[in-house]
Design a protein around this ligand. Structure first.
Ligand code: UD1
Ligand code: CA
Length: 456
């Protein structure tokens, strides 16, 4: 049965006290709504419909890459009204799943279970048990435990207020049925809103089965209204990711100080020290060791690599048994072949570094091809930019570059060349020869300094 997902994301989120619409507030480095879109994508829906409102076109603009039907709800007249806006784009024979842009950690397994119930022909509702249910709609069940209706906090009587099973807002139902009920919603309640929750009583009145699934975990159905709740979810998410890593055998020196803000996959015997941050898709091979304060984004780190403290790696591919840092910066488009080494305060951008080559101290390597077994001396830099254009530097196998060399691109250092320290190389250097490009050292005999003269 086709599934259509409707995500409500029109709320203003006043309590965030921010220019940014609530659903764009970042969790694990990405908009909350993007987390919901990601989980929706995993469900193979026919179509995903996002109802947005506050913040105007900021929301569709920020997530323009997602294949989503954007529906503007100009006035926020209630959750029932919001869902109604999406219904014209949904066929009667579909199952509708309603999610929320500010409930970002909802679990796929829970949703799959809910969908199964809806497909089997019931109005499937997700509830959760809360120690303090204040503010939420209460699930009211009859003596046989069957759900009869949802009563909002503001409409609830004293007995109803004592109920600790609350509505998460997430539900699934046959589209045709839902459409009929939505058409009958009124707004005669304390808030003058069209409550989606009123469809429960309508289903009961028509003897349409209502099936309530109790969420196993409070975190996955937790909505975010303020920065406090956002931080709570951030740390819950961090803890969940850390737990999953440890379950897979990864050693975390402190699970409360590792941030996985995307997908991290690890081989065997990976060790991660404190304050490591992983963003986007990161792959760590067997035996990789990550030092403290390391940041890695969208990169692959080969087996046996050691990434020392304070190293930052972005959009790069690191071969096996390489060593990086401390304080190395690897920028996008960099590839390191096996056993290459980047030492402290070395920045590499869009370069290919061959097997066993070393750039050990205080260097900048940009737009460069480095062959195998090359040694780049301390303080050597490539001058790849003339203010308008970028040029390439080619350093062939077995080249040895002394310290403090400037390589003015475009330039090629042929195989086995040796470059004397302090050289400024602006022309190609021949293979297996020593090239020097610096002024000769002279000593002025008997020279007197102004200080000496003053004393005379
Ligand atoms: C709603 C439920 C309540 C449930 C609670 C869970 C109703 C009537 N009540 O209450 O039973 O316990 O969620 O958090 O549904 N939204 C729109 N457009 C609107 C109105 C709301 O997009 O016109 C979105 C909001 O952005 C928000 C969500 O729907 O993400 C819930 O709306 P809100 O007004 O916060 O409902 P609650 O009063 O919290
Ligand atoms: Ca709410």
């Amino acid at each position: 049965m086709p599934v259509d997902i409707v995500i409500l994301a029109a709320g203003q989120g006043t309590r965030m006290k921010s220019e940014l619409p609530k659903v764009l507030q970042p969790l694990a480095g990405r908009p909350m709504l993007e987390h919901v879109l990601e989980r929706s994508a995993d469900l193979d829906a026919e179509s995903v419909h996002v109802v947005y409102g506050h913040g105007g076109h900021q929301v569709p603009k920020a997530l323009a890459d997602w294949p989503v039907q954007w529906i503007l709800q100009e006035q926020q007249l209630g959750t029932g009204h919001a869902v109604t806006q999406a219904m014209p784009g949904i066929a009667d024979d579909s199952v509708v799943l309603i999610l929320y842009g500010d409930v970002p950690l909802i679990n796929e397994t829970t949703l799959a279970e809910l969908l199964e119930k809806a497909e089997a022909g019931s109005l499937a509702l997700l509830s959760v048990m809360l120690a303090d249910p204040t503010g939420y709609g209460r699930i009211i069940r009859n003596d046989h435990g069957q759900a009869q209706k949802i009563v909002e906090q503001k409409e609830a009587n004293e007995t109803e207020l004592t109920v600790c099973e609350v509505n998460t807002g997430i539900l699934a139902c046959h589209a045709g049925r839902l459409r009929n009920w939505l058409a009958k919603l009124g707004n005669d309640n304390s808030q003058g809103e069209y409550y989606l929750t009123d469809v429960i009583a309508m289903a009961v009145a028509e003897q349409y089965p209502v099936d309530v699934l109790i969420a196993p975990d409070e975190i996955e159905v937790m909505g975010v209204n303020d920065k406090q709740q956002l931080a709570e979810l951030e740390s819950a998410n961090r803890a969940a990711k850390a737990a999953a890593l440890m379950k897979d055998g990864v050693t975390l020196l402190d699970p409360t100080r590792v941030d996985v803000r995307g997908k991290l996959s690890c081989g065997q015997d990976v060790v991660i020290d404190i304050n490591a941050v992983f963003e986007g898709e990161v792959e760590l091979g067997d035996g990789v060791n990550i030092g403290p304060n390391v940041i890695i984004r969208n990169s692959k780190i080969g087996a046996g690599c050691k990434v020392h403290a304070n190293t930052v790696i972005e959009d790069a591919e690191i071969g096996e048994s390489c060593e990086l840092g401390p304080f190395a910066r690897v920028r996008p488009g960099t590839v390191l072949e096996a056993t290459a080494k980047l030492g402290n305060f070395v920045e590499v951008k869009k370069s290919h570094i061959g097997k066993g080559s070393k750039v050990n101290h205080l260097s900048y390597i940009g737009d460069t091809e480095i062959g195998e077994r090359v040694n780049v001396g301390a303080g050597t830099i490539t001058c790849n930019y003339d203010g308008a254009n970028k040029f390439k530097t080619i350093i062939e196998d077995d080249v040895f570059i002394g310290s403090g060399v400037e390589l003015v691109a475009p330039v090629t250092l042929e195989k086995g060349a040796t470059i004397g320290a302090g050289s400024t190389i602006s022309e190609n250097t021949p293979a297996n020869e020593l090239t020097l490009a610096r002024s000769r050292q002279t000593t002025v005999k008997g020279w007197k300094s102004p200080r000496d003269k003053a004393k005379e």
